[in-house]
Design a protein around this ligand. Structure first.
Ligand SMILES: Cc1ncc(COP(=O)(O)O)c(C=O)c1O
Length: 389
């Protein structure tokens, strides 16, 4: 039987014209017209002033940290409940990530935990050089509260919008609310360039400098001349061509992702109505004034460990995944500090999410009958669990 994947690239056919152009003109390089068009399309869509395409979202975060002058001995605040790529570039710079807990409704950086961490840092005279905010699974974070704290302490904000292109906060696109934003176009994202990213900002000095560093920091001279350490972080013109075609279907992909989420909610609600022992399922909240692209449909099931859900789905050829394992619990970040939302609680909110939540198949190619099969398979398992209690 065909395996039902979690999230895979979904080409529209519109990508080919851009790629053929790149081949026809022999623009097989990390510069070229597709890169310019792709940056323009993202700028137009998000309303941001300036953009620099990069080889990955991780590269864009690294460049953002360079723009803010993050260096050896600095600290940067980052949510614990995210993918390691949000925090790794902090350590590329020789700085230290300080992890902040999540709040339980949006699953994003808790303004309460952030305030506690900022107060502590102020007392230690060691305020962070930057705050990285992530809009996890596409759900915008509580930006009003976070930006107010950042302003009060005069700390710049990097928005890791890797998963949230197209999500909005009070009508504004995620990625353009902070000082610098980044997007990812990795293969599993809402749109892809096979691998790629973008750094966006209203500050052109930063996007220009990021572009310069992403092209090996080559100074203008009649020979190779370098005054700064650079990177090979530029997006290829062929990959950018894929991105141009994908931008034309971004709105469709968002509609499809949201429909997939709604089908899960409706599907499980029907089982809950019929079976009194059906375990309670809850969803990541789309908080007031926010619009999520629902990149991945996620659930929390009371009393059932997510590994049990994974096993049940694996056995039926369905790919599901546990939520992000908090970074403060990862061996690699063992020594990093962590600020919980509730100090007296035994486990943090981030850990609670990891131990109770699950990502369901959310590929936009999934047919309604395939999704029905996913819902039915999971429901059957949950009915058994309910009956055994
Ligand atoms: C939250 C988050 N941040 C950063 C990244 C890094 O993006 P990339 O894979 O394009 O380097 C990803 C995805 O991979 C992500 O999910």
């Amino acid at each position: 039987m065909k395996k039902i994947p979690l999230a895979i690239p979904h080409m529209s056919g519109k990508e080919m014209a851009y790629i053929e152009n790149a081949f026809a003109e022999n623009w097989i390089a990390p510069v070229g017209p597709n890169v310019d068009i792709f940056e323009e399309k993202v700028r137009d869509y998000t309303g941001v002033g300036f953009a620099t395409a990069t080889s990955s979202g991780t590269a864009a975060i690294h460049l953002a940290l360079r723009m803010l002058g993050v260096t050896q001995g600095d600290t940067v605040f980052c949510p614990s409940f995210t993918f390691a790529a949000s925090a790794n570039p902090i350590h590329y710079q020789g700085a230290e990530a300080v992890f902040i807990d999540s709040e339980l409704d949006t699953w994003n950086m808790s303004p309460i935990a952030l305030e506690r961490a900022l107060l502590d840092a102020k007392q230690q005279s060691n305020l962070p050089k930057a705050i990285i905010v992530v809009h996890i699974y596409g759900q915008p974070a509580k930006m009003k509260e976070i930006l107010a704290l950042a302003l009060a302490y005069q700390i710049p904000v990097i928005e890791d919008a890797a998963e949230s292109l197209g999500s909005t906060y009070h009508g504004i696109q995620t990625g353009v609310l902070g000082d610098i934003g980044i997007y990812s176009f990795n293969g599993n994202k809402i749109i892809t360039t096979s691998g790629g990213g973008m750094l966006v900002s209203s500050n052109q000095t930063w996007t220009k400098e990021a572009k310069f560093l992403s092209e090996q920091a080559k100074e203008t001279a009649p020979y190779y001349h370098h005054e700064k350490i650079g990177y090979n972080y530029r997006l290829s013109n062929v990959s950018a061509g894929i991105g141009c075609g994908q931008m034309e279907v971004l709105q469709d992909r968002i509609d499809q992702k949201r429909l997939i989420f709604e089908r899960y909610v409706e599907g499980f609600a029907k089982y809950a109505e019929t079976f009194s022992n059906f375990p309670r399922i809850t969803y990541q909240k789309e908080s007031e004034g926010t619009f999520s692209n629902r990149w991945l449909s996620t659930i929390q099931v009371s009393g059932v460990h997510p590994l049990q859900l994974k096993e049940a789905l694996d056995a039926s050829g369905i790919e599901g995944r546990l939520l992000w394992k908090p970074l403060h619990l990862q061996p690699v970040f063992q020594k990093n500090r962590f600020f919980a939302e509730t100090v007296c609680s035994k486990i943090s909110n981030a850990q609670r999410l990891f131990e109770s939540g699950f990502c369901l198949p959310s590929a936009t190619q999934m047919t309604p009958s395939e999704q029905h099969y996913v819902i039915q398979t999971l429901a059957k398992f949950l009915i058994q669990v309910g009956e055994s209690r």
